[in-house]
Design a protein around this ligand. Structure first.
Ligand SMILES: Nc1nc2c(c(=O)[nH]1)N[C@H]1C(S)=C(S)[C@@H](COP(=O)(O)OP(=O)(O)OC[C@H]3O[C@@H](n4cnc5c(=O)[nH]c(N)nc54)[C@H](O)[C@@H]3O)O[C@H]1N2
Ligand SMILES: Nc1nc2c(c(=O)[nH]1)N[C@H]1C(S)=C(S)[C@@H](COP(=O)(O)OP(=O)(O)OC[C@H]3O[C@@H](n4cnc5c(=O)[nH]c(N)nc54)[C@H](O)[C@@H]3O)O[C@H]1N2
Ligand code: SF4
Ligand SMILES: [Mo]
Length: 884
């Protein structure tokens, strides 16, 4: 067996330690690292499936210029010369980088240095603008620095954990499991979830506040006013360590209790209960994520939360504090290197002449950006207007993830020079690149990442570098060198990390929170052996776990924190033409635009199609049956999506996942519908509250297909494609009928003319099934109906790998249902062991009444545990059905 390599998961900001092993046949296995302090051996479904997503299928392996393979030299020379020409003609602000929290710290450091110190402008922004920038802005307003005060352990030590705007169960599953375990061990630990939807996270909640979209500021203002009048207020802490309580309190007190109820849309009893819990519990942690950040009032939400913690002095002590959960694996590292357009390296401020001078001297740079650059939405606006003429996009897919995505796409397509560095050949963004640069992926990359609790861990390579792919830092250093900037001459990530550490300590006498001076002289062997550690770790100190601010020590010049007087926005829906609120976010088993998780059939089987969660009464009024299609439309664009009718959703809102793109759907790229409204302080887009119209989409024919070959083009009005075991699965709908379905199949699935179809058609119902076989294999099968097709999906998919030598099996496909010997497992719930909902229901009916009992019967839920909440939901639903 090959050696075990300790590395870090490349997905969410939990930053789990992973042990990877490659055996002599090249097979990779992964498991959780029991010694890593973020996860202690646990992994979620995405982490557990990492080995299934690292094959080279679809990888970009060579540089390309305008679609033609080119050498690195040619590609890098072209990038450097075009950037130089454009800068010479139009100035440094005519070029831009758009980077990502999925870069390693070393890559990010070079990008920021090249742009801000050498090109000399600050037009470098990152997808963290869409993700964490409201938290950054809120932290800086309150603390004078972008500091996350606490540790994950604080969630386990608290007596009250508030999760607001966070679907922890699906988005930070390992923290969720740690919290669930803490609650199981200590049921006195109370959990409150604040989310307009009843998500899977509510499974462990004592109280769920189904708040109106953007009611958060009002809720936390109400809480501040309540606390101020209670014994929970900590006058000593306020007096010694803070400024501005009076104004913040006055603003909060001016909001009447009726206004709080009105803007939050919550019942008075629930609000009272929430206030009482916060008031009477000393150890409170408030975790927040995108339901807070991605809002036109995002920064105010963050400060409204922090105000309550400052007012009670509940910060920096074990089991207390506001806690921003970061999304991407290296969102925090990006903040440390100053990757946002309005930040400078090492948590220094671009607005400060002293900081600019310090960074410039340290870099020995010819120039330094004199002012903040353009934030993501404005940056793409400048591309559209032709002010930015050369753009380098790295490790992000903005054509999918930015609001008003069609306009962003058109801007990129029209930009005179676009470079994209990615690992994947075909994405909605790569197709518009003039130059494509092949980057390294997980298992190949070498460097560090920082997780949500300020813990820096190594990502270590364990795979041979494929094709000509090269590290992102190397690509930038090479372009920098070719532009004449010798300061980018690095030979290894360890060099870059040492420089980054040295800058963090440079002229830092404790004035800046981010200080990892202990690593300023780090050499390769130590870097290679680096254990996860938390910052800060100044020169001459040992690694230790740290909390900030229990006794002040904030980073404003007077070392005091600031309360912020915030304003509660109105939350009524006012536009009669667009009466619904579109809310967008994530699902359990996919990562963002699916370029990696989409490769795993197992992960895709959890939810294989984009959906719009809609309340049963809204669905009824619109005449939308479950599994029918809906059209969601704003003045920016539209999408066609499957309706998922559920009372988990509040009335008047629809929730749609952000994951689907033009690569795997006809029209489900939801970014195209999102208005590019941003928070006025942070510039973060408000992707959770968009006014839309929802209507029934009328299809003449619905379809479902499985195919061994990936369809190249799908000629249908609605389609959604997902990887399946042995091939692909395809959901379909057609506005009008098609004359010759067999011909349609041949074209879509690449089936040769000599292969005769096996078919069935019911003229009356309109049901139709067509299948093509070759030898014993099923090549493709298409199921059609005038209503949404009811065929059992997992059973149909399993036919791709089944033996069809036996004619009866072929006829089962044409009959559209499994024979008695092939029961349908139903939609996958547990992706680790591929256990379907029908199997769980059968086990409940035969007496399993707990998640543990299901686990011992079917193994479901016993590996990563990500599906345990869903299993509990199925048990409860079956038991409730039986009781009726
Ligand atoms: N499975 C999976 N996990 C991921 C990711 C992924 O793609 N897939 N991405 C990672 C990244 S980069 C990020 S940023 C995180 C995001 O992690 P989360 O923020 O937890 O995920 P989201 O689904 O974007 O949104 C969270 C919740 O906010 C709620 N919400 C919407 N509007 C409001 C509001 O006005 N107030 C409140 N209180 N809540 C509201 C939504 O209903 C939603 O359930 O996840 C990370 N983890
Ligand atoms: N509607 C809506 N939109 C959203 C959100 C939402 O909740 N709703 N959430 C926002 C948030 S929080 C985020 S973080 C963004 C995420 O949005 P994106 O960053 O656009 O999504 P990803 O799919 O993660 O894109 C990463 C790209 O980089 C490639 N890649 C991965 N690793 C590397 C690497 O090491 N080097 C290089 N060069 N390429 C690499 C991948 O193949 C992929 O193409 O989406 C935002 N957009
Ligand atoms: S919780 Fe899951 S996705 Fe996040 S770091 Fe851990 S294993 Fe990876
Ligand atoms: Mo994110």
């Amino acid at each position: 067996m090959g050696a075990e390599v300790k590395t870090t998961c490349p997905y969410c900001g939990v930053g789990c330690g992973v042990i990877a092993k490659v055996d002599e046949t090249g097979t990779v296995t992964v498991k959780g690292d029991p010694e890593h302090p973020a996860n202690f051996g646990r992994l979620c479904s995405k982490g557990s499936a990492l080995a299934e997503t690292i094959d080279l299928d679809g990888r970009l392996l060579h540089p390309e210029i305008k679609g033609r393979q080119a050498s690195w030299d040619e590609a890098l020379d072209l990038v450097a010369s075009r950037f130089c020409e454009i800068i010479a003609q139009h100035g440094p602000e005519s070029v831009a980088f758009y980077v990502s929290g999925q870069l390693l710290t070393e890559d990010y450091y070079v990008a920021n240095k090249l742009m801000k110190g050498f090109i000399g402008a600050a037009n470098i922004d990152t997808n963290s603008r869409l993700c964490m920038s409201s938290s950054v802005a809120g932290h800086r307003r309150a603390f004078g620095s972008d500091t996350v005060p606490g540790l994950y352990e604080d969630l386990e030590l608290a007596d009250l954990v508030i999760l607001t705007g966070s679907n922890l169960a699906w988005c930070h599953p390992v923290i969720y499991q740690r919290l669930a375990a803490a609650k199981a061990a200590r049921p006195g630990l109370k959990i409150v979830v604040i989310d307009p939807r009843r998500t899977m996270t509510c499974d462990i909640a004592d109280l769920h506040l189904a708040i109106r979209p953007d009611g958060d500021v009002a809720l936390f203002m109400g809480l501040l006013a309540h606390l101020a009048a209670s014994s929970a207020i900590d006058q000593n802490y306020i007096g010694a360590y803070t400024e501005g309580f009076g104004a913040a309190f006055a603003a909060a007190a001016a909001l009447t209790s009726d206004e709080v109820l009105d803007r939050t849309g919550l019942p008075a009893m629930q609000v009272r209960e929430f206030f009482r819990l916060f008031e009477t519990t000393e150890k409170v942690v408030t975790c927040y994520s995108q339901g807070v950040n991605q809002s036109a009032s995002g920064t105010d939400k963050v400060n409204a939360i922090i105000n309550c913690h400052l007012a009670t002095g509940r910060i920096g002590r074990p089991g207390t504090g506001p806690f921003s959960l970061t999304g991407q694996p290296n969102a925090m590292g990006g903040r440390e290197v100053g990757g946002l357009a309005n930040m400078l390296a090492a948590h220094m401020a671009i607005e400060s002449a002293g900081d600019r001078d310090r960074v410039q001297r340290f870099w020995n740079a010819p120039s330094i950006a004199a002012k903040p650059g353009l934030k993501a939405v404005d940056l793409f606006g400048a591309v559209e207007e032709g002010r930015v003429k050369a753009l380098w996009i790295m490790a992000t897919n903005p054509v999918v993830s930015l609001p008003d995505a069609r306009r962003v796409e058109a801007a990129i397509a029209a930009c005179p020079f676009v470079v994209v560095s990615d690992m994947v050949r075909e994405t909605d963004t790569t197709q518009h690149a003039d130059v494509l640069l092949p980057s390294l992926g997980w298992g190949e990359k070498d460097g560090t990442v920082t997780n949500s609790e300020r813990r820096i861990s190594r990502q270590r390579p364990f795979l041979t570098l494929p094709g000509e792919a090269r590290a992102d830092w190397w690509q930038m250093a090479e372009v920098g060198r070719r532009m004449g900037f010798t300061a980018c001459d690095y030979t290894s990530p360890a060099d870059i990390f040492a420089e980054h550490a040295a800058l963090s300590a440079f002229e830092n006498d404790g004035d800046r929170d981010f200080d990892i001076g202990a690593y300023a002289d780090i050499q390769q062997p130590v870097y290679d052996a680096l254990e996860p550690f938390q910052w800060p770790q100044p020169y001459g100190t040992e690694a230790r776990e740290t909390r900030f601010f229990s006794d002040g020590g904030f980073f404003h010049p007077d070392r005091k924190a600031r309360f912020v007087a915030v304003e509660a926005p109105a939350t009524d829906r006012t536009d009669a033409a667009y009466p619904f609120t579109l809310n967008t976010g994530r699902i359990r088993d996919q990562w963002h635009t699916m370029t990696r998780t989409g490769k795993s059939a197992r992960l895709s089987s959890h939810i294989a199609e984009p959906f719009a969660e809609i309340h049963p009464r809204d669905a009824m009024e619109l005449g939308v049956a479950d599994a029918a299609l809906v059209q969601i439309e704003s003045s920016y664009g539209k999408a066609i999506i499957r309706a998922l009718v559920t009372d988990r959703q509040a009335r008047g809102s629809v929730f749609v996942p952000m994951h689907w793109s033009d690569q795997n759907s006809a029209e489900a790229r939801i970014g195209a519908v999102i208005k590019p409204a941003t928070d006025p302080v942070s510039g973060q887009p408000a992707s959770k509250n968009v006014a839309v119209a929802v209507s029934r989409y009328r299809a003449a024919m619905y379809g479902f297909a499985v195919s061994m070959a990936k369809p190249d083009v799908v000629d249908a009005d609605y389609w959604a494609l997902a990887k399946a075991d042995g091939g692909w699965r395809l959901e379909l709908a057609f506005r009008d009928g098609i004359e010759d379905w067999a011909a349609w199949c041949r074209k879509s699935f690449g089936i040769a003319d000599y292969i005769e179809p096996l078919g069935y058609a019911d003229q009356q119902s309109g049901d139709r099934r067509i299948a093509f076989f070759e030898g014993e294999r099923l090549l493709a099968a298409l199921f059609l109906a005038r209503e949404p097709v009811a065929v059992a999906r997992n059973w149909a998919v399993s036919q791709l790998t089944a033996d069809h030598g036996d004619l009866r099996r072929r006829f089962a496909i044409i009959a559209g249902r499994p024979g008695a010997d092939m029961p349908d497992p139903g939609a996958t719930v547990c992706s680790c062991f591929s256990v379907g909902v029908n199997q769980i229901v059968a086990a409940v009916r035969s007496g399993c009444r707990s998640v543990e009992a299901i686990g011992s019967e079917l193994k479901a839920g016993t590996n990563c545990g990500s599906c345990r909440a869903e299993i509990r939901g199925i048990i409860n639903a079956c038991v409730a059905d039986a009781a009726e």
